[in-house]
Design a protein around this ligand. Structure first.
Ligand SMILES: Nc1ncnc2c1ncn2[C@@H]1O[C@H](COP(=O)(O)OP(=O)(O)OP(=O)(O)O)[C@@H](O)[C@H]1O
Length: 261
């Protein structure tokens, strides 16, 4: 495995004066070039864990290192510019065009307008949105899948090495979701990214990720490659891992194979 680009060491975070333990003593490495999926039930601490890395949320205890630096020693704004972040619903600025949204970080970094414009075109190509058609649209003039493509382009605008994604494809129809997942996996490889993606969907995690981390009640219950996790003797993790295969078998029994009908 490559050296870690993100390291969580004994990280904890509580809310409401300690009454809600969102992340409970988690230690986790994300290797350079790795695609890690974080899976777990609602409220298990996935979003909190992700947001601690770019200091959208501040930890109570423990430490997080990103690209060799303790995140507390880095200015949060510059940290967030170095780490791409894709929100569940795209998180686009509604009053800005597609080009305005994608170019926002380079603009804040003082990049000249002509360079931003060229970068926007390059990013639209990368996420497979037609330049002429989409450049000047507002977010409400896009489909959910197109909005997520813009969200990915915006996250990549400042050429980050790390991309964090909070359920990026969760709200999409299955075909769009599949296509976007595959496209992003290709981008991850092509650009040499290190990606951490939250998903509720174990099938998506198995298909896209090199490694999966399973959260439950703020704790890291298990981590490993999909095949290693499928041997887990943790009851909840075992159940999560068996579900996709069980569903596939049921579907296999119910549906004719391609061409057999
Ligand atoms: N700002 C906050 N104030 C109080 N409690 C919070 C806050 N943010 C999160 N929590 C609580 O911390 C716990 C973990 O929340 P978190 O959003 O990290 O879970 P999650 O696994 O991402 O959930 P989901 O899959 O539903 O998005 C939950 O009990 C949640 O209610």
């Amino acid at each position: 495995m490559n050296p870690p680009l993100i390291t969580y060491a004994d990280v904890s975070k509580t809310f409401d004066g300690g009454r809600v333990v969102a992340v409970d003593n988690v230690s986790l490495d994300v290797a350079e070039g790795e695609f890690l999926a974080i899976v777990g039930g609602s409220g298990s601490g996935k979003t909190t864990l992700l947001r601690l890395a770019n200091r959208l949320i501040e930890m109570d205890s423990g430490s997080i290192t990103v690209e060799g630096e303790d995140v507390r020693s880095v200015d949060p704004i510059s940290l967030r510019r170095r780490i791409g972040y894709v929100f569940q619903s795209g998180g686009l600025f509604p009053h800005l065009t597609v080009a305005g949204n994608i170019g926002i970080t380079p603009k804040l970094l003082g990049t000249p307008a002509t360079e931003i414009s060229a970068r926007v075109d390059e990013l639209l190509d990368l996420v497979r949105l037609d330049r002429a058609q989409y450049r000047d649209r507002l977010p409400h003039e896009l489909s959910g899948g197109q909005r997520q493509r813009v969200g990915v382009a915006r996250a990549l605008a400042a050429k980050p090495r790390i991309v964090l994604m909070d359920e990026p494809f969760g709200a999409l129809d299955p075909l769009t979701r599949d296509a976007l997942g595959d496209d992003f996996r290709e981008l991850h490889k092509k650009l040499g990214l290190t990606t951490v993606m939250i998903t509720h969907d174990m099938t998506e995690a198995i298909l896209l990720a090199d490694r999966i981390a399973v959260m439950g009640a703020g704790r890291l219950l298990a981590q490993g490659t999909p095949s290693k996790l499928s041997e887990s003797d943790h009851a909840y993790v075992g159940e999560l891992m068996r579900t996709p295969r069980r569903q596939a078998e049921r579907l296999g029994a119910l549906l004719p194979r391609d061409g057999a009908a």
